[in-house]
Design a protein around this ligand. Structure first.
Ligand code: ATP
Ligand code: MG
Length: 559
């Protein structure tokens, strides 16, 4: 696998080329695609790629895209997942209209077609155990062995299959298999399983069924029932395509869909396997499916990632036929670009250090103008109160600064954003010799942040008034994994112990604390932040969507 992002001309890819060619040849009146999630987890950013592709095609060409739940395994599927998937597709900006379907809606028809395969001598009931079926399937280099039950009569097969359906046998006792070719080069054609016995309650069909169809058997037939023209899936299904076509050819299906495969999205520092994501949640490595460190859409929404940034990301990575790994920095770039354009600016002090302006009159407060968006005058301004006691960022002060440190230090003058030039005149320490407060003076002639005598300062710092700013908890998220290619088989070893940093003494502008706005905003010099659902009336919680610069990639490069 290469680590290069796949460069394609935006909006053009081999699947769209195929569709255009099909339309040019008048093969279809309308293009019909589908997004077919299994409701066994929350959607992640890989799914966003598939959603944008399938729904995007339906928008660009005359067509429609169905949302179809592939709900053939009741043991793993839950209503919570069905609901979250619908919410996520809508959030991403796509709509299936009235085209919401469930594979379980087709269970009757799928069953009838299975009986037909039995009657046509193309399917049989196998009594072998799962293990026997697995070992007799052979390998890539050895052909499989025929099951001793392969030559049952049609009557016997039909009787056994009906009794499977009637619930006469326990789980795993028998399966229905297609009778294709146990020596086929493609292992998927070595008598694949069509139905297994599973005494389980289904969220939609209840206890009606105790046999459930396999993915391979259900998927193509569901496509055909819905009149899907282009059934687009990820590359791991390429070897399943001959089987997909075999069913479509043997069964009296109402339409003949075709399967096309594209490369799935892989991201550095990220695992997108649902098995891993489920384990992360179940084992408590994260706080839930929407923990902001998760690669799920629910997590990204909670974290303040704009859906437009995800759409832009999947557009930029394009659709290719070869697997690759995309640098997570590309996703972060798209998020930053969108937020830089749309997010209003505010000030917050993450790690406060108190400052007393000694020559500022006690009890006096001044309302200064602060700009809400530097590139968008229509966003307006707001008032921010300057007074004798302020907070600045602890990191913006050094008592014994190195040469290139231009921020506040004893004797050095800096600009407080929108306010005045201030100079540090003294330091107050606690018994541990830690700086707990600064003494400063301000120059009243520099109101607004410019000196009439033209003198310059080398740093502009954010700050907040001590009296009217409000306390807040700020959560800084880093990559969930510290390894650029985490090991899915042993992911716990690759977890980043520093993936969450909680700053519980932060200060924010009063208006930010009081507003319930859900849009992310930029805290100047710190990054983009969004109010989290864990906020309480007395203590708002803000999550960092993303930092201002790509410090992470630089740190990695430095080693
Ligand atoms: P699993 O099948 O292991 O439960 P899955 O991620 O394939 O996991 P599905 O619900 O079957 O989950 O996926 C729905 C659709 O999303 C499928 O068409 C699948 O190919 C596509 N998809 C899943 N993961 C990715 C990915 N990383 N990149 C692009 N498309 C993906
Ligand atoms: Mg799948």
């Amino acid at each position: 696998m290469s680590t290069e992002p796949v460069a394609t001309e935006v909006g053009r890819d081999f699947i769209r080329d195929i569709i255009q060619a099909d339309l040019d040849q008048a093969k279809y009146r309308e293009i019909v695609t589908r997004f077919p999630p299994e409701p066994n987890g929350y959607l992640h950013i890989g799914h966003a790629k598939s959603i944008a592709l399938n729904f995007g095609i339906a928008q660009e060409f005359p067509g429609r895209c169905h949302l179809r739940f592939d709900d053939t395994n009741p043991v793993k599927e839950e209503q919570e997942f069905i609901d979250s998937i619908q919410a996520d597709v809508h959030w991403l900006g796509f709509d299936w209209g009235k085209n919401l379907f469930f594979a379980s809606d087709y269970f009757d028809r799928l069953y009838e077609w299975a009986e037909q395969l039995v009657r046509d001598g193309l399917a049989y009931v196998d009594d072998q155990t799962q293990e026997e079926i697995r070992t007799s399937r052979g390998t890539l280099t050895e052909p499989g062995k025929n099951s001793p039950f392969r030559d049952r009569t049609v009557e016997e097969n039909l009787d056994l299959f009906r009794r499977m359906k009637a619930g006469e046998f326990p789980n795993g006792a028998r399966v229905l298999r297609a009778k294709i070719d146990m020596s086929a080069g493609n292992i998927n054609l070595r008598d694949p399983v069509l139905y297994r016995i599973l005494h389980a309650h289904h969220p939609r069909t209840g206890d009606k069924w105790c046999i459930y169809p396999s993915y391979d058997y259900a998927h193509g037939q569901s496509d055909a029932i819905e009149g899907i023209t282009h059934s687009i899936c990820t590359l791991e299904f390429e070897d399943h395509r001959p089987l997909y076509d075999w069913f479509i050819e043997k069964l009296p299906v109402p339409s003949k869909p075709h399967q096309y495969e594209f490369a799935r999205l892989n991201l550095t520092y990220t695992l997108l396997s649902k098995r891993v994501l489920t384990q992360l949640v179940r084992e408590g490595h994260v706080a839930g499916w929407d923990d902001p460190r998760m690669p799920t859409m629910a997590a990204m929404r909670r974290r303040g990632v704009p859906p437009a940034a995800l759409r832009e990301f999947v557009k930029r990575i394009g659709v290719a036929k070869a697997n690759s790994v995309v640098d997570v920095g590309m996703l972060e770039f798209c998020i930053r670009e969108e937020l830089n354009r749309t997010a209003q600016r505010r000030m917050a002090v993450l790690r406060p250090l108190k400052v007393v302006i000694e020559n500022y009159p006690e009890g006096q407060v001044e309302e200064l103008d602060a700009i809400n968006h530097p590139d968008d005058p229509s966003a307006g301004t707001r008032k921010i109160a300057f007074g004798r006691e302020l907070y600045i960022e602890r990191d913006d002060f050094m008592e014994n600064p190195p040469k290139k440190f231009f921020r506040l230090s004893p004797g050095n003058e800096v600009r407080l954003r929108y306010a005045y030039f201030v100079k540090c005149t003294g330091v107050i320490k606690n018994s541990n010799d830690e700086v707990v407060e600064l003494r400063c003076t301000y120059d009243p002639a520099t109101r607004g942040g410019n000196a009439p005598d033209g003198r310059k300062v080398k740093a502009t710092m954010h700050w907040l008034p001590a009296a009217t700013s409000k306390p807040a908890e700020i959560r800084i998220y880093n990559q969930l994994f510290s390894n650029p290619s985490p090991d899915a088989a042993n992911f716990a070893a690759d977890l980043n112990p520093q993936s969450l940093e909680i700053l519980s003494d932060a200060r924010i502008e009063a208006s930010v604390a009081e507003s319930n706005a859900t849009e992310p905003m930029q805290f100047e010099r710190q990054g983009y932040f969004v109010r989290d659902k864990d906020s309480t009336p007395g203590k708002p919680v803000f999550s960092r969507t993303i930092g201002l610069r790509d410090t992470f990639a630089k740190e990695v490069a430095k080693g």
